[in-house]
Design a protein around this ligand. Structure first.
Ligand code: HEM
Length: 404
């Protein structure tokens, strides 16, 4: 039997809502009757097995380049300056990059940074502990990842401010406000490029025990990373590793505020931190979906997706799939038993390169916060990014706690 073209299927329609919960609820509703739904610019994939199947199928390519291609107000000059990133590379180019860089992003490298992560987090909590009040999003989550990325790369402390500004401006690429942001993004990329080239030159002459030295070493043994690729990777680490981590931490705390017994459990038994991280990411993930484009005609489950079709694997909906996670809407960090991973780090060849680092950052931050912010409660209304943001999370999370 020949496959049915996706365009002719009778499918539920997913409205893109600005409400942060409605989108997920709509996806979960649609998932009761169908594994796929139609939207304005593509199709959403709703269930765990299908999300994993699409992400593991190399014929589906990353939709990251489309973010800029499809955005209004982007000048041809700006499109031209984009270099290929590991986030969007496919095929042999991507395989080669992953093979070369994966060892540098190992759990061992991430574990080495754990004492540093605790120092950074303790410093941030010190500033608010005596007052018993904080905006967790602004005071804790926002500043947390930059020093860690700098330490990982081997950039000195006096440059943290610079990195923070470049990260903010480079990340504007996801804000869809190119008319105003293009000059800022371009300037930040240029400054970061120049800085990274100096850092690479420095490490070439004086190798150290850091990620950049590791990446340069992989360049120098047999197959190599070019300087261009090294510069691209530093930008990918900043783009991929700052806003994700800070928003994921914010969402985890936001969820835990409403579970005071679990907050206390985490403070009393920090050895449960890894389970808390996985379950908060499952229930309240910062990356709720990603995009793929069919690189050729693809047949899947008797459906034909013509080349160029866009699909959105909805990670957040897959994370609530009841056929994989029993009682999927219950938040149960310690009791949950499953051998299936939560999907907020993605799956397949683009699976998050920084997952070990992000896990370590969250595993260190959460129990420390639980211990140093006892009896955590809301100190005002939280505010969030728009629901369609590629990386979602709170922009303001006012809390009160017993001063320590
Ligand atoms: C909790 C925090 C994080 C979350 C939720 C997250 C999520 C993701 C997801 C879902 C993808 C796959 C995207 C896709 O398939 O389209 C991804 C890829 C990636 N992430 Fe993360 N990430 C996090 C932290 C980090 C950190 C700390 C780094 C860097 C140190 C990082 C670097 C990357 C890179 C370079 C890729 C591209 C990998 C590739 O395309 O081969 N991420 N991340």
């Amino acid at each position: 039997m020949s496959p049915t073209p996706v365009g002719t299927l009778d499918l539920p329609y997913l409205v893109i809502s600005d409400d942060r919960n409605e989108r997920l609820t709509a996806g979960l509703d649609a998932a009761k009757s169908s594994w796929i739904a139609r939207g304005d610019i593509g199709y959403s994939i709703l269930r765990y097995d299908d999300v994993v199947a699409v992400l593991r199928d190399k014929r589906w390519h990353s939709a990251v380049p489309l973010v800029i291609e499809m955005a209004a107000d982007v000048t041809p000059e700006f499109k031209m300056r984009r270099r290929e990133s590991i986030l969007s590379a496919e095929g042999d180019t991507h395989v080669r990059l992953r093979r070369l860089v994966a060892p540098a992003f190992s759990p061992r490298r991430a574990d080495q940074l754990r004492p540093f992560m605790r120092d950074v987090m303790n410093g941030l909590v010190d500033a608010v502990a005596a007052s018993g009040r904080a905006d967790v999003a602004a005071d804790i989550c926002e500043p947390y990842p930059i020093p860690i990325i700098c330490e990982l790369l081997g950039a000195p402390k006096e440059d943290w401010e610079l990195f923070s500004r470049w990260a903010t401006d480079v990340l504007r690429v996801f804000d869809n406000n190119f008319k105003e942001d293009m000059p800022l993004i371009a300037a930040a990329q240029d400054e970061l490029d120049a800085y990274t080239r100096r850092l690479i030159a420095d490490r070439r002459s004086k190798p150290r025990d850091d990620l950049l030295t590791d990446l340069i070493a992989s360049e120098e043994s047999g197959e190599r990373l070019t300087t261009e690729e090294l510069v691209m990777l530093v930008e990918a680490v900043i783009v991929g590793g700052t806003d994700t981590t800070r928003n994921q931490l914010g969402l985890a705390v936001d969820l835990l505020i409403d579970h005071p017994d679990k907050w206390k459990q985490l403070a009393d038994d920090p050895s449960t931190a890894a389970k808390f991280v996985e379950e908060t990411m499952r229930v309240n993930g910062a990356v709720r979906g990603t995009g793929r484009v069919a690189s050729c005609d693809i047949e899947y489950r008797g459906v034909l997706f013509p080349a160029g079709t866009i699909v959105f694997p909805l990670l957040a909906a897959a994370n609530r799939d009841g056929s994989v996670f029993a009682e999927p809407n219950t938040f149960d960090p310690v009791g949950r038993a499953t051998d299936q991973p939560q999907l907020t780090f993605g799956s397949g060849i683009h699976y998050c390169l920084g997952a070990a680092l992000a896990r370590a950052e969250l595993q260190e931050a959460l129990p420390l916060l639980a211990r140093r912010m006892p009896n955590l409660r809301r100190g005002g209304e939280p505010r969030y990014k728009i629901a369609t943001a590629g990386i979602f999370g709170p922009t303001s999370l006012p809390v009160e706690f017993d001063p320590t």
